[in-house]
Ligand binder design. Structure first.
Ligand SMILES: C[S@@+](CC[C@H](N)C(=O)[O-])C[C@H]1O[C@@H](n2cnc3c(N)ncnc32)[C@H](O)[C@@H]1O
Length: 261
């Protein structure tokens, strides 16, 4: 089996994560309509935008899109996806914890979904990211942050498996998450992508770590960024009519944070 950073093969990432994209796009718009402020512009920033699946989705919905990522291959793919549909976007290589502000107070909306924020392995980096996102937003602008919370009592590994197909390329994703190290606040993950195309098959494996949060740890982090106020919390049903409390009774949270004036 090949060991490889799955973000160096953006097409396979894009295929496997694309199924939820329209639902996420609809949800982001619904959040903006319900919690955002009216403005003539519709500018959205995506830190760690990856293959650009959500940039394309938001651009199709007539948003002006901007995004950056640490992986140049993902960004090249994102540029091509936008271009192929005749859409425009501002895209550059940068890091969530230290990114250049593309426009101070310029954005109506920012988002960082599918636990991407957990790649920031220290509290200092997580804080720096939140502060920079806050500085990019207009007063009243929204940051939607989607992460999987950790249950520190969990003693067994979690396993997720799903498949998707595009243009005859079938990708099956197998992800394992090992029980978190509560003291270090780190969890180990491994994903295996099985790619089947034109009668051939190969598997590639990626391992990485995430910083872990339970509800109290997330509240504690947010308490250090007074420029962002939590307005609401949802879960991964992406149902704007079903807000939830931020607590540990479920794992997948979508926080709506608002830039304070
Ligand atoms: C799970 S993908 C999410 C991509 C995209 N936001 C989406 O929803 O499909 C995570 C992305 O985060 C990027 N990444 C990880 N750590 C990063 C960091 N510190 N700064 C910038 N990008 C980072 C990876 O290169 C990858 O493209």
């Amino acid at each position: 089996m090949e060991t490889r950073d799955w973000y160096d093969t953006p097409l396979y990432y894009d295929i496997i994560f694309d199924a939820d994209t329209p639902r996420e796009g609809r949800f982001l718009e619904a959040v903006h309509e319900r919690h955002g402020v009216k403005s003539r512009t519709r500018r959205v920033l995506e830190p760690a935008c990856g293959s650009g699946r959500l940039m394309v989705e938001m651009a199709r919905r007539a948003w002006q899109v901007a995004g950056f990522d640490g992986n140049a291959q993902m960004l090249n793919f994102a540029k091509q996806r936008l271009k192929a549909e005749g859409l425009k976007g501002q895209i550059w290589v940068d890091w969530m914890q230290s990114f250049d502000l593309p426009g101070r107070g310029a954005f109506d909306l920012a988002h960082c979904l599918v636990s991407t924020f957990k790649y920031l392995l220290t509290e200092a980096d997580a804080l720096a990211c939140l502060q920079r996102v806050a500085a990019s937003l207009k007063p009243g602008g929204l940051f939607v942050l989607g992460v999987h919370l950790t249950d520190y009592a969990q003693e067994r590994e979690e396993h997720e498996r799903w498949s998707a197909e595009r243009d005859g390329i079938q990708v099956t994703c197998n992800t394992h998450t090992w029980p978190a190290n509560k003291r270090k606040r780190l969890e180990d993950l491994r994903t295996r992508l099985k790619i089947q195309h034109a009668g051939r098959s190969h598997t590639q494996e990626t391992r990485w770590q995430f910083r872990t949060y339970n509800a109290a740890q997330m509240r504690s982090l947010l308490g250090k960024v007074p420029e962002l106020k939590m307005l609401a919390c949802y879960d991964f049903t992406y149902d704007i009519e079903s807000p939830r409390e931020l607590d540990d009774s479920y794992a997948d949270i979508l926080l709506v944070l608002q830039r304070q004036a």
